[in-house]
Design a protein around this ligand. Structure first.
Ligand code: XMP
Length: 539
């Protein structure tokens, strides 16, 4: 890439997705693509394929067979989806893609599309089938190589294939689904009604391995150690001798971005940590010590607690809180960045799900931006050229990359924390006094879960302070104080989540400690709502 003089103002330019460390390093030459028909599981399928050490990306369902020929993946997976193949507005694929010689695996709705396109029939079943089913393998073929005669699978469908014509053969059945898995007799087209990507299908990983490695013949080229080296080389070349600014949040994504940059360009990296007064207990000190233990880069800590408290005074509306926090963050960051003379690039921890959901992926699915999750992001008018070294990766891959780069486990496995911080967990007005209560309660929740050895087994655990006062009794005195809710969830992707089944003894310990140790709180509740319909955060 031609060097750009740093004194010329440069329009911000998102990274070109077709030139990323992954593609540049040749790690993605053997790729599988998932065509997304609106399934909540499309990202999960891609992650499961990557667990086979094969690069996988998600593309629009209506991509043309011609374009697929140019991209030349080793295999194509058609995801599930909520539609019925007979509905007039059902999302379809280019029927020619079944005939371009690239192996195709249709999952659930994807199987129904494939069989319907190639002479089979699909029917609505009287009762939607949802849950575990015992599946009998009739023909191990390549797809079920190494399988026992019966295996559990996870079903979730309203329609199912009712006739396969003469071109398909049955590979597996269940008691309610005679065509649980099929293959075309001449074309490399496979289908399965069940979901191999979910953990409730215990041998799902094996089916995907058989398809990706056995049928598509992919070589296992996707390794995060190689990715790290490719990303470092790519960053070094792209940055040249210019300076990069990176915002640190205390989370794993920004830490991994900083670690990659530090390995690539060392002292040309400047990091900014904005203390908005909404961080967890001791978090600022932890970030600074983790940072200084690992890097000798330039670190700017902006103490903006007062400024954030002022903009939040009197505000109770969740959206307005987010808006004000986002705005104040940009102001602080901009002011600090202006003090760094020769800054040219801004590094951000954008991940692959953000890229997919923003619709910016190459040939990616339609835009559905989760606006509120962009709080804490930085606007384009800052005028820096953007660097997004993680835009090919899923969160679990970022964590593994963090380990490859030698970041401490405490940082790599830290639960995610929202950009607007404790403000969205402090329901009602955010005041310094209420933040102290919340911070203490939160620290008790997290430390007790850690002490019970359950931190890694839960995905996100925290306290929420509710503006609900209730009557209590302490000693001989009546109290009228606020309530803390404990929130702990387990999730694969943070898009759906279930509440953690924490042991009663642990909940009891947390409750006793909060009520005894946090002044102004006399009641503790446990949140047992799943997402959907609730969200993980309370605001
Ligand atoms: P919800 O509450 O929507 O959250 O179920 C899903 C995940 O996103 C995090 N979250 C945010 N992260 N800025 C962020 O950086 C935000 O404004 C924001 N809101 C929610 C949340 O903590 C959970 O991990």
């Amino acid at each position: 890439m031609a060097p750009v003089s740093s004194d010329v103002p440069v329009e911000p330019r998102p990274a070109d997705p077709s030139v990323s460390p992954a593609t540049a390093g040749g790690l993605t030459d053997q790729r599988i693509v998932v065509l997304d028909f609106g399934s909540q599981y499309a990202q999960l399928i891609a992650r499961r394929v990557r667990e086979q050490n094969v690069y996988c990306e998600i593309l629009r369902h209506d991509i043309s067979a011609q374009r697929l020929r140019e991209i030349a993946p080793r295999g194509i997976i058609l995801s599930g989806g909520p539609a019925s193949v007979y509905a007039t507005d059902a999302p379809r694929c280019d029927p020619d893609l079944f005939r371009i010689g690239i192996p195709v695996l249709g999952i659930c709705y994807g199987m129904q599309l494939a069989t319907e396109a190639l002479g089979g029939q699909v029917q609505h079943t009287e009762r939607r089938e949802y849950g575990r089913a015992s599946c009998r393998i009739l023909d191990p073929d390549k797809l079920f190589a190494g399988f026992p005669e019966t295996t559990d699978v996870w079903m979730s469908h309203g329609d199912q294939v009712s006739g396969i014509g003469e071109h398909f053969q049955v590979l597996a059945e269940t008691s309610t689904c005679p065509y649980a898995a099929v293959r075309h007799r001449e074309l490399p087209v496979y289908g399965m009604q069940f979901h191999p990507e979910v953990t409730h299908t215990p041998l799902g990983g094996q089916v995907l391995h058989n398809f990706v490695i056995g049928i598509c013949g992919c070589a296992e080229t996707w390794h995060l150690g190689d990715f790290a080296q490719a990303a470092i080389d790519d960053l070094r070349q792209r940055v040249g001798n210019r300076r990069v600014i990176c915002g640190l949040s205390g989370g794993v994504d920004s830490a991994v971005v900083a670690a990659l940059l530090y390995k690539a360009i060392g002292s040309q990296l400047s990091c900014i940590l904005v203390n908005n007064g909404l961080l967890r207990k001791d978090e600022q000190a932890a970030v600074i010590s983790e940072f200084t233990n690992h890097f000798r880069a330039d670190l700017h800590v902006v103490d903006a607690e007062q400024q954030f408290m002022e903009v939040l005074a009197g505000i109770t509306d969740p959206q307005e809180k987010r808006r004000r926090i986002g705005h104040a963050f940009i102001e602080c960051f901009k002011a600090e960045a202006a003090k760094i003379d020769d800054a040219h690039f801004l590094a951000q921890g954008t991940l692959y799900p953000d890229v997919i959901e923003s619709g910016a992926a190459i040939d990616g699915p339609a835009a559905t931006i989760k606006l509120h999750h962009n709080v804490g992001g930085l606007p384009e008018e800052l005028g820096f050229e953007l660097i997004e070294p993680l835009r090919d990766l899923f969160k679990d891959e970022v964590r593994r990359l963090g380990c490859e780069l030698g970041l401490p486990e405490t940082l790599v496995w830290r639960h995610p924390f929202p950009g607007p911080g404790l403000a969205v967990r402090c329901l009602g007005e955010v005041t310094a006094e209420r933040l102290v209560k919340l911070r203490e309660a939160d620290s008790i929740v997290v430390n007790e879960i850690k002490a019970a050895g359950l931190y890694r087994q839960t995905s996100q655990s925290f306290a929420v302070l509710l503006p609900v006062q209730s009557v209590g009794v302490m000693g001989d005195a009546r109290t009228y104080e606020e309530t803390v809710a404990i929130r702990s969830v387990n999730t694969d992707d943070f898009m759906t989540a279930d509440w953690s089944r924490l042991p009663y003894e642990l909940l009891a310990r947390i409750s006793t400690r909060i009520i005894n140790e946090v002044a102004g709180v006399n009641r503790v509740c446990y949140d047992i709502s799943s997402k959907p319909p609730a969200t993980i955060e309370w605001e």
